[in-house]
Design a protein around this ligand. Structure first.
Ligand code: GLY
Length: 362
């Protein structure tokens, strides 16, 4: 090895040792010291909510701009807007984009930054509970395309992620519920204990968010990603409830006024009910477990005012699910609460039955 190669290797090793990728610190001090260290290179992307509620908490006087808020703006037009803003701000290869927002902003900001000048550094500061337990880990960056969820994107982990629960204090209750649905899913696919601990929040939404449970959810996500970064095997289990959930969310986005569509969390909650019905018919999820899951998630759907889709409304979206193979819809399914496997191809009739079941539960 030449001296230059040794130097390069040492620099790389040194960088990866001195600053861990994921800071689950819950306070805000590590983020603040990171900001102070890199202040001159940082560009913050926020939205109208995080600019008001979160940006002041990092006490920063940084270059920043906002992108439009909401799932309806998770698209290539917004990426083009980000690229124009970065160009106007003279962002260069030393720049670091700090994404200060929820899942939409983190997924899209990371994707756009990953393309700008063929890729500049990205730091994620998820500000919603959902983004802390999902978008924070795993490098799935991207945007919706032609009405399909996250159809254009990349796999690339952020350079750093800071989990700071101070941001949660500014979050509306319905956003906390969205995060708890994703955490419940982590329990469903990997740990009955975690499921039992998270389900309590559905009956008592005012209960304070629990940091140990957030950390446990992140660990479950990290474990699946570490085994299967490219989403070819076990990582598909993280998609439990999302096959039907994403189809419901896409349908709702297409028919609703701006920011009035079913949220990601509620859509996935509905997807979990339908996919638990399929699990009951196909992979041996017991009647008791199915009833239990439905009782927990009924708390989400009972007050919903949004229109609910039937099977024919979501068929088109299911046909483009990213896990599909040979035009067959591919599900991850439960055997019991805490045990899930991937790659179950399900007939249209059973999916239709599951959607009818979902409508009967509502
Ligand atoms: N959100 C599912 C995954 O990261 O694989």
């Amino acid at each position: 090895m030449s001296n230059t190669e040794v130097l390069l290797l040492l620099t790389l090793l040194n960088e990866s040792i001195s600053i861990p990728l994921l800071e689950v610190d819950f306070g805000i001090s590590k983020l603040k010291s990171f900001i102070n260290k890199h202040r001159s290179n940082l560009i913050v992307i926020a939205d109208k909510h995080t600019l008001l509620d979160c940006y002041p908490l990092i006490d920063a006087d940084l270059q920043h701009f906002i992108v439009p808020y909401g799932e309806g703006y998770k698209n290539l037009n917004s990426c083009e807007y980000i690229w124009k803003k970065l160009t106007d701000l003279d962002a260069n290869r030393k720049s670091i984009v700090l994404c200060l927002g929820g899942g939409v902003l983190c997924d899209m900001g990371a994707f756009a930054s990953g393309c700008y000048l063929r890729g500049i550094r990205v730091v994620l500061c998820p500000t919603s509970l959902l983004a802390m337990v999902d978008a924070s880990v795993g490098g799935k960056n991207g945007v919706n395309f032609m009405g399909f969820k996250n159809y254009i994107g990349s796999f690339k982990e952020a350079d750093y992620t800071f989990i700071c629960s101070d941001f949660l204090k500014t979050l509306p209750a319905k956003e906390i519920v969205n995060g708890h649905v994703e955490m419940l899913k982590h329990g469903l696919i990997a740990s009955r204990d975690h499921y039992n601990a998270v389900k309590i929040f559905f009956f008592n939404p005012k209960r304070e968010v629990n940091q140990d449970l957030i950390a446990a959810s992140i660990e479950i996500k990290k474990k699946h990603v570490a085994e299967d970064f490219r989403d070819l095997g076990v990582r598909k289990r993280l998609n439990y409830g999302h096959t039907i959930g994403h189809a419901i969310e896409s349908w709702s986005l297409a028919i609703s006024e701006e920011n009035k569509a079913l949220s990601h969390g509620v859509s996935v909650g509905l997807g979990i009910i339908a996919e638990s019905y399929i699990s009951n018919k196909k992979t041996g999820l017991s009647n008791d477990d199915l009833d239990e899951i439905v009782i927990v998630l009924q708390t989400l759907v009972k007050d919903l005012e949004n229109e609910m889709p039937n099977y024919s409304d979501i068929k088109h979206y299911l046909s483009k699910d990213k896990k599909n193979e040979d035009h067959k819809v591919n599900f991850s399914l439960l055997h019991s609460i805490g045990e899930c496997t991937e790659n179950h191809f399900v007939d249209d009739e059973l999916i239709e039955d599951a959607m009818n079941y979902l409508l009967s539960v509502k």
